[in-house]
Design a protein around this ligand. Structure first.
Ligand code: TTP
Ligand code: MG
Length: 374
């Protein structure tokens, strides 16, 4: 059932700080999760093209499809009616969310045996930082054990990726789906990244990918055909910096236990200090979009907002506001952020930042793992 880990080998990467390369991160993602749970509960569905979403006559969309159904081109978020046209013989089922939450809890309890630092991304997906745990054992052997435990104790398959950071671990877990285990070693990063399409990097959605393609950036190697300062101008400092790092496999984000997270933030230092409100508004809007995206990705809700202003003389100011209901859109975050900024500023601004606090999980979407203290 389980394959031996495939390794991606290559040259060396000198630009990454050695401390970051020492981390051992595992990303685990269940295969066709909702469909796998349905097959678990009704084994006669095994091997059939299976669509979880709703009736083909309804306006429902596909939550997921079994790998057999994917051969017909059926994908998540497609209308069930279209899925039916692609494969009229497929079995269509309504999602049973409560059941998926139950299985998800079991999965995260297995994760908790292997690390104290676990970040749940969604019901079927999480990161584990096993740097401390794998002193006497390789991270890939821990990943293999996690997959085996999930298979032996629950009866569904997962794909895992092992790498020195979250971005690469996620890329690795996607590499050999389903039931795969892929290791990206630090020394392979510089060989692996250049040919990777930028849209494969977690965080680059279709809109950003389209924007990048306008500048001839479709592979990671295309990023470095531009001077960094030119990218600052074309993409804005935040995206330019982020892309510059991620395009060469650098991702510093820690694995954050969901219950430890106090805030989600984003900030931008401008190439030159800004004074005019229009430019500041434009930057603030982008920061609001970014912070909202981060919040959504983590499936969190936020009820407070803090604006950070760093002035040309490096002095700092923070202003906060609280809401009685959670922020829903990036426009809403932007509107409140602008109100905070419009209270006035005393000199040219070098940095603006937004952070969202008073966080809550979106109901039943994310599992709170109570990691036992070892
Ligand atoms: P994914 O991990 O994205 O997909 P998957 O597990 O079905 O398939 P893969 O093998 O490619 O990982 O999402 C996990 C579950 O989340 C999925 O089974 C159903 C649900 N989901 C939706 O309801 N809507 C969506 O658009 C997506 C992408 C997922
Ligand atoms: Mg999955």
């Amino acid at each position: 059932m389980l394959e031996s880990p495939k390794q991606i080998r290559g040259g060396t990467l000198k630009e990454i700080h050695p401390e970051f390369l020492k981390r051992k991160i595992i990303h685990v993602d269940m295969d066709a999760f909702f469909a796998a749970v349905e097959i678990l509960d009704n084994p006669s569905l095994k091997g059939l093209p299976l669509v979880i979403g709703g009736s083909p006559q309804s306006r429902c969309v596909v939550c997921t499809a079994s790998y057999e159904a994917r051969k017909f081109g059926i994908r998540s978020a497609m209308a069930c009616s279209q899925a039916y046209r692609l494969c009229p013989d497929a079995v269509f089922l309504m999602p049973r969310h409560r059941r998926y939450v139950e299985i998800s809890k079991e999965i995260f309890l297995i994760f908790a045996r292997y690390s104290k630092k676990i970040e749940s991304v969604s019901l079927d997906e999480g990161y584990l930082d096993v740097t401390e745990e794998c002193q006497g054992e390789s991270a890939s052997s821990l990943a293999k054990k996690i997959k085996e435990d999930i298979w032996n104790e629950i009866g569904i398959t997962a794909s895992a990726g092992v790498a020195p950071n979250k971005m690469l671990a996620k890329l690795a877990s996607e590499k050999q789906k389903p039931d795969g285990l892929t290791v990206i070693r630090p020394e392979s990063i510089s060989a692996f990244m250049p040919t990777l399409p930028v849209k494969k990097i977690n965080g680059i959605g279709p809109v950003t990918a389209e924007k990048l393609s306008k500048y001839g950036i479709s592979l990671c190697s295309d990023i470095y055909k531009h001077r960094k300062m030119d990218l600052y101008e074309k993409l804005g400092p935040r995206l330019a910096e982020w892309l510059w790092d991620h395009g060469q496999g650098i991702c510093r984000a820690p694995v954050e236990n969901n219950h430890d997270r106090k805030s989600v933030g984003s900030e931008a230092t401008f190439p030159k200090d800004l004074t005019d409100l229009d430019s500041l508004k434009k930057e603030l809007q982008e920061i609001a979009q970014d912070v909202h995206e981060r919040l959504s990705k983590k499936r969190l809700l936020a009820m407070s907002l803090t604006l950070k202003i760093k002035y040309a003389d490096f002095s700092l100011e923070t202003r906060s506001t609280r809401l009685s209901t959670p922020f829903t859109t990036s426009e809403e975050i932007f509107r409140y952020a602008l109100l905070l900024l419009e209270r006035g500023y005393k000199q040219p601004i070098r940095l603006l930042g937004l952070s969202l606090g008073r966080l809550q999980d979106r109901k039943s979407d994310v599992i709170q793992v109570q990691v036992p203290l070892f």
